[in-house]
Design a protein around this ligand. Structure first.
Ligand code: CA
Ligand code: CA
Ligand code: CA
Length: 520
């Protein structure tokens, strides 16, 4: 965004001006854009009343649920602990049956800043005062952006509670462009990825969520109340809009025998008591990672997107974890049955089968669908259906969709480590059921340095939407024929415009069949 800064491996935060910081803040968030199809082509409706921009800079949000108003959420700017400006690091989210969009706040720690730094510019150890342990657990402050130099709320020296106001799921009522987005504290605070949901047999809303960090956990939220289709009845719709405000958050323990327990993050249960440092339900939700530690949840190899399929099946994308090591003093870093490879460079995919096909069940079975990586290299320890071709296998599963036949569509994100597979990122169709389980085929590939995200089919399966994120940025030094850092002035690609003077641009791509037929 700022070509004059050059392209250092890490920004020199001192070079960031207030204007640059505010451009970054306006660039975080999300957009609602109405699109329509005309003569077979998709177009944006620029005059739509639904079009809306949500940013970290100036969009007001409400905190609701059990932690709203808690002391840990109060700041000088918001003495009630119920109103926040903005949302950051929004990763894979979800869409609810009542027509709202769920934005997941992922690596929020990166945006927090301190003036207390070591000679190398990194934050001093042990910051956070009374919240020292929580700061350590949430890797605060990340010191990756200079926002705190100009905006006190992102400076933890001045506003130590502001980080507690990020790391939530944000619900946006896209049908009401003047609505205030809501941060749901009932769904816990962590580096949220994925918010796909399904209505359980008895009508409750079940939301599956990953905490996308090495050795973090898989969660699900079960609403207290039941969903009812509104059929245009605004009173019912209003009830649905509060479904995610009240319910129970669970974390997964993947047992060695293939069973799975969903452990409730509920005050007074499983040692979540004042003696163990959890004075209230609010503190459990604000410090969800620490509560999950206490419950003995299974540390995973970076849970990214989690997608419910049919018959109570749920698919968990575990992208990779180079730090998994049995010689580590920390037991949490050792291999376990559900994460069985040391130095897991390529990740794996787990299938959860909820008991009796009921997504609200508290017990399930789990199984590994594939261990990713090159099946021809024995040292990798990959497992695929033997018919998977040289082009069919992949590494670093990230986002996912499940089609009506129960097939997975897996998008990859290898970052600058793409050269370890020798393949740029792409979308793969992976059989999950029956005799062909584990057979993967390449469907679509993106330029080197891009990651693919957000695969989503229209219900008629005739259009597939994908997002191509930051083409030509990561790992272009390994790309033969370019072999240097890609920059604004000297980009590795000019995808998708391929026009002189136009930089590579992240884009949404719609894929249709030439004959307009069903995909897959
Ligand atoms: Ca992620
Ligand atoms: Ca991603
Ligand atoms: Ca990723």
């Amino acid at each position: 965004m700022f070509p004059k800064l050059g392209n250092p491996k890490r920004f020199d935060l001192g070079k960031m001006t207030k204007e640059m910081v505010e451009i970054e803040m306006a660039a975080h968030g999300g957009s609602v854009v109405e699109i329509y199809r005309e003569n077979g082509f998709w177009k944006t409706d620029r005059s739509s009343r639904y079009n809306r921009r949500i940013t970290a800079f100036d969009t007001k949000m409400i905190l609701d649920g059990p932690a709203a108003g808690h002391d840990l959420l109060k700041t000088a700017a918001d003495p009630d602990g119920r109103t926040v400006i903005g949302t950051i690091n929004n990763c894979a989210g979800g869409i609810t049956p009542w027509g709202t969009y769920l934005m997941s706040e992922e690596n929020f720690h990166l945006n927090f800043y301190t003036g207390q730094v070591k000679k190398n510019g990194k934050p001093k150890k042990g910051l956070g005062g009374d919240q020292k342990e929580a700061y350590r657990r949430y890797r605060l402050p990340g010191q990756f952006h200079a926002w705190g130099r100009y905006h006190e709320r992102f400076n933890i020296d001045k506003t130590p509670n502001e980080p507690n106001r990020f790391g939530w799921v944000v619900e946006v009522d896209i049908l009401n462009p003047n609505s205030t987005p809501v941060k749901h504290t009932a769904m816990g605070r962590f580096c949220h990825e994925g918010c796909e949901n399904i209505i359980s047999k008895d009508g409750r809303c079940i939301v599956y969520m990953g905490d996308d960090t090495k050795f973090e956990y898989v969660y699900k939220f079960v609403s207290k109340n039941k969903y009812r289709p509104d059929d245009g009845d605004m009173a019912i719709r209003k009830e649905n809009l509060s479904l995610l405000s009240e319910g129970t958050l669970y974390v997964a323990r993947f047992n060695d025998d293939g069973s799975l327990d969903w452990l409730p993050l509920v005050h007074g249960q499983g040692g979540l008591t004042a003696e163990n440092g959890f004075a209230s339900q609010a503190e459990i939700l604000i410090h969800a990672r620490m509560a999950a530690d206490q419950l003995g949840a299974t540390p995973m190899d970076r849970p990214e997107d989690i997608e419910p399929g049919r018959d109570g099946k749920v698919y968990v994308m575990l992208t990779n974890n180079s730090k998994r090591k049995n010689s580590s003093k920390k037991k949490k870093r050792h291999t376990n049955a559900a994460n069985k490879r040391e130095k897991n460079l390529f990740g794996h995919i787990i299938e959860i089968t909820e008991r009796e096909g009921d997504n609200a069940a508290l017990k399930a079975r789990w199984d590994i669908v594939v261990q990713c990586g090159d099946p021809s290299d024995k040292d990798v320890g990959a497992s695929w259906h033997p018919k998977t071709s040289e082009n069919g296998w992949f590494g670093s599963p990230d986002n996912c969709a499940v089609d009506p036949e129960g097939r997975l569509w897996v998008a990859t994100d290898q970052g600058r480590k793409w050269q370890k597979t020798g393949k740029s990122d792409g979308l793969y169709a992976l059989e999950a059921e029956g005799a062909m389980r584990g057979l993967s085929k390449l469907f679509y590939r993106v330029p080197v340095g891009a990651e693919l995200c957000g695969p989503r089919f229209l219900p008629d399966m005739r259009t597939l939407f994908v997002s191509v994120q930051h083409p030509g940025s990561d790992g272009t030094t390994y790309f033969d024929g370019f072999n240097r850092v890609s920059s604004f002035d000297d980009p590795a690609t000019r995808w998708p415009d391929f026009r002189e003077g136009m930089p590579p641009r992240p884009s949404v791509v719609m894929i249709t069949k030439k004959d307009g037929g069903r995909i897959g």
